[in-house]
Every structure is written in structure tokens, then in C-alpha cells.
Design a protein around this ligand. Sequence first.
Ligand code: DOR
Ligand code: ZN
Length: 450
Amino acid sequence: MSGNLLVQNAMMVLPDGIVEGDLRVVEGLIETVAHQGGLQPREGEFVIDGTGLHLLPGAIDPHVHFREPGNPEKEDLESGSRAAAAGGITAFLDMPNTIPNATNRAALEAKIDSAAKKTVTHYGFFIGATTNNVSDLQSIEGMEGICGIKIFMGSSTGDLLVHEQEHLEEIFANTGGIIATHAEDEERLQMRISEFKHRTDIAAHAECRDVECALIATKRAVALAKKHNHRLHIVHLTSADEADWLASNKGELVTTEVCVQHLTFDQNDVEERGVRVLMNPPIRYIEDKETLWKRLKDGTIDCVVTDHAPHTLAAKAIGFPKAPAGMPGVETSLPLMLTHAMDGKCSVSDVVRWMCTGPAKVYGIGNKGSLIEGYDGDLVLVDLETRRIITDDDTWTKVGWTPYVGMELTGLPMWTIVDGIPVHKRTLGGSFRGEAIGAPGCAGRTLKFS
Ligand code: DOR
Ligand code: ZN
């Protein structure tokens, strides 16, 4: 499904600058980007007054955990997609550590079928690697809707894990497409988890799952990619050491990402916010955060993602160290990055490069991520004037809380549009949550990857 739509008088964030004008979508595709404005509404066209708003390409989040199947009380493809739309995200890539794990073709077909019925955004899925599913990994090569292979090199949420050299070699040698690695070294991790058993203060988390754990695995994954000439994407980079090392060792085959929370939080926020911001790999230290910003700006890091990983507050209430790791984020990532931009950390065009253009490029998603004539009509109109404090009640995620509670955000999406179809709306002065538009499945398609 697709729509016809005209946005008038918006500040359009184009690849070569920000220009005030109009943008028309016809049958789901951007037909005209009018720098001088002046486009007149056509009959039957949905018209949005963009005065005072910035028009961006819809954001693409290439790292979410929407918990379907297995944990519908935390999230499912419908609620996750609605939350994403509320945050200006028009396409997501979902991770395989569901229950059961998505490790074969049948499981992925079921996810795609469900997404087609329930989401209001575009969708793609990772297949999970195990120690003995190379033939499954091969069976989905080139399949529409499958964005890559996820390897957990260190244990995290769920039981997906491949850490022995022989198994990693087998996967890198015998598969195509992109391998995305959660890079923490399992051996060092297990050793340190037993060393840190007695610690119940949350600061122990980053000490235990330390930079060395991450760096060992990152170096190992890059070596495997180079040896086997395999595309590699390292997910959620957290440390200055990894980012600095990748700056000179990344080469052509390797891309990487950083989470909004690792650009926002440091050890002081961990102290203040506690288990809400517990995740793997951990929130680290001020120096790491600052280097991640630097390496994002110099192009070492290709994109900004959420690692949206909802857990209930009831489950978190058990406290450290038993509380589950992960935090929700799809509905706040774009506003938070735009807040950083308005606070002078970066520019609005940088945010578009890191959250729209970058993910499309990393995963080879054609026709998305930029406001260019002929591209898909995935759009978000954001308000950069107003600032509002976010509370748990303002959220769309099923778990009903946000790690950013109490923070003042700008850049809230007023309209989120998928293939020319509005799927989420807010009004100036209206509620923070805004309003979901359209029935489940009213917009969004299976993504293709090249
Ligand atoms: O903190 C995390 N939570 N890290 C992961 O690698 C997985 C995620 C989850 O699924 O909860
Ligand atoms: Zn993740």
C-alpha cells in the first residue's frame, strides 16, 4: 500500500543542505523536492503544513529486539513497530534471540508473515548462527526480508552463542551476505563473571564485562572477515579502544554502529539510573563516550542504532546482578539525537547521515535514507522548537518505561509517514505520546537487501 501526499513549507534536510520548501509523494515515491516551494495541492492528496517543522527521511533502526515470538508481554512486532513509528523510525531490522531463536528458514518465514500483517513500518530480520546451522544460514541467502547473520560471540540475553574458533571459521568460510557480531569474548567473560560474583554494586558490570572483553572479540571478528573476505558489521561499539583500533584497521569489509545510550550515558548515569540502564555490552565511562562521538564524526562509526531490548520493570526489580540486561529505545532515539544536535553536539544533517543514510548504506537497502526524487516516501516531520520532559507514561513500548525518564527532549516527530501513508501523528501542545494512525499492517513492506 502507498499514498499520495504533499508537505508544504518545511525545512527539508536534503543530502546537500537544509532548504525550506515542499515535497510531494506520489504512489509512495518522492516525486518532487521543490526548493522554492509553491507546489499546489492536487485533488485527493493528503496535505501537511510543515511550517516550523523539519522534514527528514524516515529513520532506519538496524538493531532491535521485538521479542516475537516468545515474550509478547515485553513487545511484539505490532507494538514494536508502533513504538518505532512514534519515534520517527520507518524501517527496522530485528534480532534473532527470540523464543524460539530464529535460526532457520521456517522461523524467519513466520516472522515475515506476522510482520506483513501487523507492522506499520518496513521490516527485515537477522538469522541467528549456532554451532551447527551452516546449512540453515545458506538456505536463506538472498531471501527477501533477511538482512544478515547474527553471531553472539559472547553470552547475552538468550542462549545464542558461537565462540569457538572452529565454528566461527566454518560460518565465515561458508556463508555470504553480512555477518553482524556481538563482540564480547566468551572465555574472558566467563572467567570474569566468576571473579566478580561477590559484587552487587552496579558499577561492577562495566568492570566485569570490560573493554578487553570487547576488544579481543572485535579484533577476532575483523581477522575472520579479512581471512575469509566476508562482509562484517560489528554491533554496538562501546569503548574508546575498539573505536580507535577500528579507525586504522577497519578496511573495506567492516562497518560498525553505536547505540544512542552509549553516546548519552556514562558511569554517573549508571550510578543514578541503576538497572534501567543495565545492558550488554555495558554503558562505560566518560572517555569512552567522548571517543565514540569523535569516531562517529570522523566516519569510523557508520550509524547510530537503539539495540531496543525491552524487559519489564518487574523483571528489572530483582536488582543487579540478576536483573536482565537491555533497555527500550526506538521511540526516543531520533528525538534524543536531535536533542544532542540542538545542544551543539552535532548537526541535524549529521543525525540524518547516521540514522537514515548510514543504515541504508551498511545493509544495502535501496531507495531509502535520503530525501531524493524517486526514493521511497518514508518521511518524518520533527519539531525542533519545543522541549518536553519524558515520563514512563509517555511510552508506546509494551514494557511502559524509558531509560531516559526525566530528561528534556526536543525533536519529537509530529508526523511519521511510510510509503506516503501517515502512521503516527502528534500535535503541538497535544500529548507526548500522540496518536497511532491506521490499522495494523496498513503500511510497510518486506525490505530487500543487496
Ligand atoms: O543488553 C542486551 N540485551 N544485550 C544483548 O546483547 C541482548 C539484549 C536483549 O535481547 O535483551
Ligand atoms: Zn542487541
